[in-house]
Ligand binder design. Structure first.
Ligand code: GLY
Length: 566
């Protein structure tokens, strides 16, 4: 049973939830309400640490660093030092921007590195173990954020995180299940047992003193500790011992990028989202513009017509994603054309309510003159009016499963987000082309969609999700649930979701959440239905500014997520 604790006078608001919550009970639901500031993340420890930084006078960027590192301690499934991510921000004075701290391909990587001598893809090689690891960007990302926007010393920001690593966190039921599920893969990747492969019971406290020591060295030596110092050297030595190609040179050459966000108008909303090397902002923008003229509110939430319109727009946008999008430092991306109304109207010309457009009959759109991929999200709004949306990833659950015991963290398998071979699907079933081919130093295409939305020129929502290819459509449906279907933030996050990504040509539905009547009608119109047994589509954490100026946090019922505020 969901517990919502409204403690307006003693400042802290905590939402706890469990997976038995049923969708039909969502009707009157409201998330945690906060007067001034709020943090929503995948773990209550991380949200509480982020909030404690705000309570000490820190800003959203200080809290971003603390929350992110606390997720690395308490949510090793996706929280990380050995991965990367993206941040979209909007400051109190309305300035917006985006930080790209995505991983990149090692200098010794090559286009065909995941093919055997017959040209066949070796999928495990880009997913498990040392060859799957891209150059991590997370530590560079937090120091870059601190340098530009931080207001508290890094030692003060990381103090509660180091304490969490030393004192430990309580293992939840979901975590315990995951440790068992991945134990064999941990062994295969490391050829040894690791901290997370030991036998734990739900409710045990897990301490990570090695990670606490790594964090202390980061406090002492800064960014250089990871990219030039002891931590980097130990990580590279471990990777090379396990057959990897990542070198100190790769670490020394790693840079973050401040980028201009994708800006898209949707009705009275200004959508500010992540540009390439994430596909998130462009694909979200394309879908929103393709559906803008359809009266979804009249059709109804998750009605037949709404599902059709969204599916067909998603199909077309993901086809474009696969052809046009990659690292903007390596490929020219026709961003303006891809987001132009004329082009998107033409893309929807072939849509009919009568029957599905088969993906086999649909390619990427033609743009004249053009020549020519588990994760966690958190949102924060501080008491000063700054807002951030951060999505960060190791890619698969626990990344490559490679764990540097001495340093206390997992390494990503982000290399699988590249296209190993044109037309061959990655772990999310996404197809890529030349634009997302592997090249030394290149960043792999992402679907992460950290997004901030303005309404009438003011902050309105911060939203994002994990879920690989389903990130974009989860963010899309959460926005529409509030803007078109008048849901609260919590309802919007909890509502059942569906997903289409061009190929495979099927609509993926969360199980037991859509009526047989709707599914049957879709089948009759030619849609292929996949109601995966245990499918979770996204795990959205979001913040909505309410008309009275307070904030509502939506922490996804699908995880151990928690919103806290004051
Ligand atoms: N690793 C998932 C993504 O970036 O899309």
């Amino acid at each position: 049973m969901r517990k919502l604790v409204y403690l307006f006078t003693i400042i802290l608001f905590v939402s706890c939830k469990n997976s038995e919550d049923v969708v039909s009970s969502v009707a009157a639901e409201r998330g945690v309400i906060a007067e001034k500031a709020i943090v929503v993340s995948a773990r209550k420890e991380a949200s509480a640490i982020g909030l404690s930084i705000l309570q000490k006078g820190g800003n959203a960027f200080d809290a971003m660093i603390a929350t992110k590192m606390a997720l690395a301690v308490s949510y090793p499934f996706a929280g990380n030092l050995g991965g990367g991510g993206f941040m979209v921000y909007r400051t109190a004075n309305g300035e917006t921007g985006a930080l790209d701290y995505r991983e990149k391909a090692p200098l010794l990587s090559s286009k065909n590195m995941y093919l055997d001598e017959d040209g066949n893809v070796l999928p495990q090689k880009s997913r498990l173990g040392a060859m799957a690891v891209g150059v991590p960007g997370t530590v560079a990302g937090i120091f870059e954020t601190h340098e530009r926007f931080g207001s508290m010393p890094i030692a003060k920001i990381l103090e509660p995180v180091i304490q969490l690593a030393e004192k430990g966190f309580v293992i939840t039921e979901k975590q315990q299940r995951n440790f068992i599920k991945y134990r064999q893969l941990f062994f295969e990747a490391n050829q040894d047992t690791i901290l997370f492969a030991r036998t734990y019971a739900e409710g045990d406290t897990l301490k990570n003193p090695a990670l606490a020591k790594t964090l202390k060295r980061l406090v002492k030596n800064g960014r250089a500790e990871f990219y030039e110092g002891e931590t980097g050297e130990k990580m590279v030595n471990y990777l090379q011992e396990k057959g990897g190609i990542l070198s100190m040179e790769d670490l020394e050459e790693y840079h973050t990028h401040w980028r201009d966000p994708v800006n898209v108008k949707f009705k009275n909303l200004n959508i500010i989202s992540m540009p390439p090397p994430s596909s998130g902002g462009i694909v979200l923008g394309q879908i929103l513009k393709m559906i803008e003229d359809f009266p979804l509110d009249e059709y109804g939430h998750n009605s037949l017509k709404t599902i059709q319109v969204l599916t067909e727009a998603e199909r077309r946008a993901y086809a474009d994603r696969s052809f046009y999008l990659g690292d903007p430092d390596y490929v020219d991306i026709p961003v303006d054309s891809l987001l132009s109304s004329g082009y998107l109207d033409r893309r929807m010309n072939t849509f009919s309510f009568e029957k599905a457009t088969p993906s086999s009959s649909l390619e990427h759109g033609k743009i004249p003159g053009y020549e020519s991929d588990e994760t966690t999200h958190f949102s924060i709004v501080d008491q000063y009016g700054n807002a951030i949306a951060v999505t960060t990833t190791l890619n698969g659950a626990y990344g490559s499963k490679l764990y540097v015991e001495e340093l206390g963290f997992f390494l990503n398998n982000e290399m699988d987000d590249f296209s190993s071979k044109p037309g061959f699907p990655n772990m999310f079933g996404l197809i890529g082309a030349e634009a997302n081919a592997i090249a030394p130093g290149k960043k792999m295409l992402s679907s992460m969609t950290p997004t901030i939305i303005e309404k009438n020129g003011e902050f309105w929502m911060s939203v994002g999700s994990p879920g690989g290819s389903t990130i974009i459509t989860s963010v899309l449906q959460t926005i529409l649930n509030v803007s078109e279907f008048d849901m609260t933030m919590q309802q919007a996050v909890n509502a059942p979701r569906f997903h289409h990504q061009w190929l495979p040509d099927e609509i993926l539905f969360e199980p037991s959440a859509f009526s047989e009547e709707i599914l049957g009608s879709l089948r009759k119109k030619g849609y292929n239905i996949n109601e995966g047994e245990s499918t979770i589509i996204g795990k959205v954490d979001a913040i909505l500014k309410l008309p009275d100026g307070r904030y509502e946090g939506g922490a996804d019922r699908r995880g151990d997520d928690a919103a806290v505020g004051f």
